[in-house]
Design a binder for this molecule. Sequence first.
Ligand SMILES: [Zn+2]
Length: 335
Amino acid sequence: MNDATRLPGAVACATLPHMTAYTFYTGAVADRAALHRADENWLERARNNPTARFAPLWRNRSLLRNDASADANTTAVLWTPDQAAPFLSATFADPMFLGLHADGSAAFAIDLSHLDETAAADIAGDGVFLDLWEAGPTLRDQDAALLAYARGLAFWHRRHRFCGRCGNPSLPAHGGHLRRCTNPDCAAEHFPRTDPAVIMLVEGLVDGRPACLLGRQARWAQGMYSTLAGFVEPGESLEEAVGREVLEETGVGVSNATYMGSQPWPFPASIMLGFRAQTNDVALNVNYDELEDARWFTRDDLRSMGEKGFSLPRRHTIAYRLIAEWLAETDQTDT
Ligand SMILES: [Zn+2]
């Protein structure tokens, strides 16, 4: 499947919530099997079933190996129960239960971040621990989704080892989907967090021609422009966050915001919520503390970006999808 076929319209996205596999980093497991997470006996049987597989993680990096024969460049290294056994008792967290694949096999992740660099290299075998943020697009869809899920859950555990209420250590439970405070007087339960971020394509008319507003940050690859984005704040609707972020970053006020779809982005802990927004005032007042630049791009500008030294975000991102969908629509209505 190439990227172009992964670009359904917003209607399909909104009305077919199960048809989200086209979005990279979704579709990790067929069933998260949440109802089994509290059943230790069930989890133990699942861990010991020969069909179970374990995704090792080390300090935000996933274990990958080159796979020249595959349709992707890289394959996730997944351990059998026998391969995983030596590490299960040594980790500070039990293996995290990710869910069940369609064939019934269970997926787990093991965080080996306590190992030093030499030990991590030793256990990597013919693989190598790489950051999915960089390597993800070289993997098959399901490998990438599974490892992204594992990365996000493992990151949460490492950053929440102490109770946020009383400060005592907390311990994982429910297959890694809960941490419970060890102080019996507190016993607070803490659940994995995902930070919502809005990401939006703003459209307007520049000299009578449809254009979309893209910006860039100084740390990005030279010439790359993307949709604006930012975190949702407490007490704020998603639509309000869209309006605030666009105004803060570019001085442009948007008149409405329409939800277009989402993408998990556990790098380290976000979900990107995609929007399309409109404005009647295209005058820019760029906030250079937030952005290096922002500008309007017509469809012709987007098509000739490469010739002018510009580029778009990577194709597996929702940012790219928002731009590609807009470009396809203007093709239909504006030519
Ligand atoms: Zn506590």
